[in-house]
Design a protein. Structure first.
Length: 347
């Protein structure tokens, strides 16, 4: 049995332990209350520095920020034209789970990263031919960016219906959630450089570029007749006309435009009566009248090794011989054709 003194000591110890436990619970409750209050204030009250997030988030519309931010003439806008909302919107709700005590500037940095990732993902996807197919299905090709933007805005249902047949699920989710935001930067000309709008615009020429590529493949596999060259030259002209008629063709590389221009010129030359005459004279190994055409003495027309020497001689002599053999049509623009030929042969 414990003595009365022992009982009194035990009671005092239990009281002290009770005070300690109660104090810990009180401090814990106070910390929880402060944390919840901080999170609530962080969400519901405007921060000292406005944080960038586009106004299309559901939370901003629900809280009413969109009403005064969107139409406020004094509101700040980002480079893409999206306003800065009052409380970081839906994205902040996600970020609070990760960084409960992070200040607003950290939230801003993460939002910038979020939008950058969305930009990169859309930048890859809009280069696909799918968007060209969708735009052809729903809308006419329009060069006026304002009309184009309005057409896509009012034709949202049509755009989304066709997109479901072609687009991946993640792209469909993006378009369905951020359609108006997509229009903001994808249907508005880029002020500096070449952006998404210009890349989508260049897709108007995707079909003609693909037809041209296929014709080049067929040409390499075929007999390379005059008709083959004419077909490629025609498709090449159509492609170049399409590119030249774009409001801006910055999304198509200068190297591609330079090479296709050179290729088009070559196809027209190979289909010309001038070249066809040279090929016939070579294939048939025509024997010229050497008394009349002394420039061809010692030359076999089928011998490619002396071609540069043969055509670098007297141009009047060569022109007369070709006109006699192939007619006047073959020597129209003779000097230009001859210069192109010598350059093509690296003479």
């Amino acid at each position: 049995m414990c003595s009365p003194a022992c009982i009194r000591v035990t009671i005092r110890i239990l009281k002290i332990l009770g005070y300690i436990i109660f104090g810990i619970l009180a401090i814990t409750s106070a910390l929880c209350f402060l944390c919840v209050s901080y999170v609530t204030l962080l969400i519901m009250l405007p921060p000292l520095e406005r944080v960038h997030i586009h106004y299309m988030t559901k939370l901003t519309r629900y809280l009413g920020y969109d009403k005064y931010e969107r139409w406020d003439p004094n509101a700040k806008f980002s480079a893409w034209g999206a306003p800065y909302d009052a409380a970081c919107g839906e994205i902040r709700m996600v970020l609070l789970k990760l960084d409960c005590m992070e200040p607003a500037n950290t939230c801003m940095e993460k939002i910038v990263m979020f939008e950058r990732d969305e930009w990169i993902r859309m930048n890859r996807s809009v280069q696909e031919k799918i968007f060209h197919n969708v735009s052809k299905e729903c809308f006419q090709a329009m060069n006026d960016p304002i009309i184009r933007n309005q057409s896509f805005y009012h034709g949202r249902d049509c755009f989304m219906n066709v997109s479901r047949e072609f687009c991946a699920l993640d792209i469909l989710y993006y378009l369905d959630s951020y359609y108006e935001f997509f229009l903001k930067f994808a249907m508005t000309p880029t002020q500096d450089g070449c952006g998404i709008y210009e890349k989508i615009l260049s897709l108007d020429c995707q079909d003609s570029m693909e037809d041209f590529r296929e014709s080049v493949v067929r040409l390499k596999l075929g007999n390379q007749t005059k008709d083959d060259y004419l077909e490629v030259a025609k498709l090449c002209d159509e492609m170049q006309n399409c590119i030249n008629n774009l409001t801006t063709s910055c999304a198509i590389s200068l190297e591609f435009k330079r090479k296709t221009k050179e290729y088009c010129e070559k196809m027209h030359f190979l289909a010309s009566p001038f070249w066809q005459c040279i090929q016939r004279l070579k294939t048939e190994n025509v024997k010229p009248d050497l008394m009349k055409y002394v420039c061809l003495i010692g030359h076999e027309l089928s011998d490619d090794s002396t071609a540069c020497q043969r055509f670098s001689g007297s141009s009047e002599c060569i022109e007369g011989f070709m006109m006699d053999q192939c007619g006047f049509e073959s020597v129209e623009g003779f000097e230009d054709s001859l210069n192109y030929l010598l350059e093509m042969w690296d003479c």
